[in-house]
Design a protein around this ligand. Sequence first.
Ligand code: LLP
Length: 424
Amino acid sequence: MAEIGYRSGTLCVEGVPLDRIADAVGTPAYVYSAGAIEAAYRRFRAAFEGQDATICYALKANSNLAVIALLARLGAGADVVSKGELRRALAAGVPPSRIVFSGVGKTRAELEFAHETGIRQINVESLNELEVLSEVATRLGRKARIAIRVNPDVDALTHAKISTGKAENKFGIDLAHARAAFARAAALPGLEPQAVAVHIGSQLTSIEPFRLAFGRIVHLVERLRADGIAIKSLDLGGGLGIRYRAEAPPEIEDYAAMVKDVTAGTGCSLAFEPGRFLVGNAGLLLTRVLYVKEGATRRFVVLDAAMNDLLRPALYEAFHEIAPVRQPAADAERSPVDVVGPVCETGDTFATQRPLPMLIEGDLVAILSAGAYGAVMSSTYNSRPLLPEVLVSGDRFDVVRPRQSYEQLLGLDRIPDWLQGKGA
Ligand code: LLP
């Protein structure tokens, strides 16, 4: 990505050298490029030029208010999966008419809040949820616009933990029962079924599973119309993969051409829920080498970032490129090291036997492609404060979330009366 690269021997995000950010906010820290997010959004937009397509950014990928506000300003909507995300979308200025609400386990309170807010659509995932939402909507005196999320039983050919469209996954209503579900929705007093939704998984690197799933959805739409249900819109979910290493994900233009091909003739408006595609390559985790430790059989590079800050390698064995902030010489020798964090688990490993140029204590390194599912999945495990987040735009950078202080961290807890004061 052009916005992140070496300039005059130092890794920069747009016009800002990363050592400057480290000096200003300390490490570890997440750093995002506004320009890269904007470029990704514009590419997505351009690929669907001239079509009635709403891009509902999947907030779960990175829900910092500044990131949402940036995308909202460019015209993006939002895909939310909780009341918290819905509140973030609204607070960042996303118009309710561009918000869809997904998720397999929405509470009654969440459905109520979403319906009161008047969002574009609630994507219902079970018969039980249909009943609850209809009841909520009837009580509030206005019908709820819904999609039913269908499970097309398609293998997304991605990591098992982020595959969502197979029959054995918890998501959606299976195709065989979809018509009955729509019929039930149409019969309930509080619901207005208007769309079919599908999302088969994340980090897809092949276009074929999408084609298969969307084809099944289009076929369903024809049958639903024959049943007298006016489907106006298709929500085709997110899932488009990005390049972490050597993957060759579909180009967005090819994806768009496939969508156009498969949905031609339906007359449906489209919605998409991209998360990773918009922000994944636009962010990095900036961290410092604490120690280089010679183990019995291998060398460990111990960083000040850990699995609590970026969980993806520990949870999915995910690969993230690791780049020294000071540019190594082109002919620098590389030798295999294990790159690890300070947390007390062997799973706290960012890379195993990764060939890297010589690193020494105090060196800054960047863990790349961490803009999606990075900060949002962080925790305070080992009582490590949540990281700061920094947004770069051109030559400026702004702290868009300060580092959590120890007072804030400890202040979340309460010691009950009976435990206060001196013990026996
Ligand atoms: N829509 C729905 C209904 C989803 O469940 C997801 C992601 C998206 C959209 C956005 O998918 P994307 O375009 O970002 O692939 N934590 C995992 C990824 C989990 C994805 C969950 N659902 C990771 O770090 O790889």
